[in-house]
Design a protein. Structure first.
Length: 133
């Protein structure tokens, strides 16, 4: 079985830093699993996400995403993985359906209709946010 993420001795140091931010990270995440990274500020959570999504280059050790060496991925990686950083991922006062439609337009591949997905989840329609005074 191919893992969604597999790292061995993964490390990363920012230029000029006194010590590496990531040191010898061994991590395995199965396809379909969801993980959360917990730790204090400065522990390397966001750095690990950025390395594994190809936003930061120059890591040491081994990193594979969906069975492929991380360095072999291009922009198509972003269509295959989902990452939630510490910033909100919804747009303003759009409804959930409107947010799904908005983000679906960012991908060239066909996506499922928002109403179909919401029905699968048993989600009831909700009104948009009220305008602010």
């Amino acid at each position: 079985m191919v893992e969604a993420i597999a790292t061995r001795s993964l490390g990363f140091a920012y230029r000029g830093a006194a010590a590496p931010t990531l040191h010898s990270i061994d991590l395995t995440v199965g396809v379909g699993e969801v993980i959360g990274l917990l730790g204090p500020s400065g522990a390397g959570k966001s750095t690990l996400q950025r390395v594994l999504t190809g936003q930061l280059r120059g890591a040491t050790g081994d990193a594979r995403v969906l069975g492929r060496e991380l360095s072999s991925w291009g922009r198509e990686l972003y269509e295959r993985v989902g990452v939630g950083f510490e910033h909100p991922v919804a747009v303003g006062c759009l409804t959930l359906r409107e947010n799904l439609a908005y983000f679906a337009r960012m991908y060239p591949a066909d996506t499922r209709e928002p109403d179909e997905l919401l029905e699968l989840l048993g989600w009831q329609r909700t009104p948009a946010c009220a305008p602010r005074p």
